[in-house]
Design a protein around this ligand. Structure first.
Ligand SMILES: *Cc1c(COP(=O)(O)O)cnc(C)c1O
Length: 403
């Protein structure tokens, strides 16, 4: 048997490992606590209670009511439910949707699907810093706009979008309309949950998408926040689970895992609320800045993609002139270092990243970029190792480059 070389993981935006504490909480539900949460017997009620607890934890984190949290299979399902469900429920009020050019493929593809069915979609541009302008949202709003969907944190370049400001704008625009909560405001928060305030009232959102495996929970689970009274149709039809909003036997281990993952995040924010610093985010931000500053200083013709300040704590995305990102990824991989080019879904395709193109990077620059995302288990020594290997790898690729 071949021994797998130990890898250093720098791809936390693609997925996170399950936190061992989360795994421990999940284990009984993969074992003897297997009963269907919809079963009436006491074993079923044990499962139902575990789901209830997870729902309460997540509702507390979002500052919403427990019955406003709907469990799904992940953020892809949440986003599909939002686009298809809102357009169906709101079609008599309008046919216009606003989103951005830098959304996750599951949003952009849902939009394409709706365009084929007669809906009009405005894809807002972003500045070269990767941030959408509130004034552009304002200009795009019409009386026919039924849905505004803007991601909280971009998954490729880590830029933070001004969700609370857009929430305020939409609220003021709404007072002109007689239809309640029109247009509906959604944010895809999959990349934000670990690091940013996700209070749905402060943000002014009606819908929010969350994913379990981006927050040290398991894959195959997500949660959709739906503000009470929001007009939306379900994607899945069947049993009466989730008040009819999402049919299918509840994924009890996944849901329990997601609740536990949020609980771990809450522990750090609780310390913050008590006046202490959120040590974990501070630590990750420090490592990120060390990485960014050293790369820009020691590797000539390197450029940071995305705003340096309006940036989530764990993201580094850089372009190296005259270097092919895929080749760099392979070289690093050979040295036991896992990074990504563009988004995980875009890897393996030769199309330049739609996000980097939206930032105004040319195809060459886009192809010459890598995304390094750090997280809970990244150590200072990992950063040092990466810097040393990266420096050598870029140099080597430039020596053999034809650009
Ligand atoms: C990962 C991700 C998704 C998809 O989430 P899944 O749970 O894997 O379906 C959607 N949006 C963003 C911003 C993401 O980072």
């Amino acid at each position: 048997m071949s021994k797998i070389k130990e890898q250093i993981y720098f791809d936390y935006a693609a997925t996170t490992p399950i936190d061992p504490r989360v795994k421990r909480v999940m284990e009984p539900y993969l074992d003897d606590k297997f009963a269907n949460a919809s079963s009436v017997h006491s074993m079923g009620q044990d499962s139902a209670n575990a789901v209830l607890k997870a729902r309460d934890t997540i509702a507390g984190f979002l500052n919403c009511k427990a019955n406003e949290v709907v469990f799904t299979s992940g953020a892809t399902e949440c986003n599909n439910t939002v686009f298809k469900g809102v357009s169906e429920a709101m079609k008599e009020y309008g046919n216009h949707i606003i989103t951005t050019k830098i959304e996750h493929p599951c949003v952009l593809e849902s939009c394409k699907y709706l365009e084929k069915r007669g809906f009009k979609v405005t894809y807002l541009p972003v500045g070269s810093n990767g941030v959408v302008k509130v004034s552009d949202v304002e200009k795009a709003l019409t009386k026919k706009t039924i849905l505004v969907s803007i991601m909280y944190v971009n998954n490729e370049v880590g830029t933070i979008q001004p969700i609370a400001d857009i929430g305020k704008l939409i609220k003021s625009f709404r007072s002109l309309s007689s239809v309640p909560r029109f247009p509906i405001f959604h944010t895809d928060a999959a990349q934000a949950v670990n690091y940013l305030d996700c209070d749905v009232d402060k943000l002014g959102v009606d819908l929010m998408s969350l994913s379990g495996h981006k927050i040290y929970g398991p894959k195959g689970v997500g949660a959709l926040y739906i503000r009470k009274g929001t007009l939306i149709e379900p994607l899945m039809h069947g049993g009466r689970q989730e008040d009819g909003m999402r049919a299918g036997t509840l994924n009890t281990p996944g849901i329990v895992g997601m609740g536990s993952a949020i609980q771990e995040i809450k522990k750090t924010t609780l310390r913050q609320a008590q006046g202490g610093e959120n040590q974990e985010n501070k630590r990750i931000k420090f490592l990120r800045d060390e990485l960014i500053n050293k790369i820009l200083k020691t590797i000539p013709n390197s450029k940071l993609n995305g705003d340096k300040k309006l940036r989530v704590a764990n993201n580094v995305n850089v372009s190296f002139k005259g270097v092919e990102g895929e080749s760099l990824l392979m070289l690093l991989d050979g040295e036991g270092i896992a990074v990504s080019t563009g988004s995980a879904c875009a890897s393996g395709s030769i199309k330049p990243s739609h996000v980097l193109m939206a930032l105004g990077r040319g195809p060459l620059e886009s192809h010459g970029s890598i995304r390094i995302t750090i997280g809970r288990f990244t150590k200072e020594s990992d950063i040092k190792k990466l810097l040393a290997v990266l420096l050598k790898a870029v140099k080597r690729l430039r020596e053999i480059s034809f650009f």
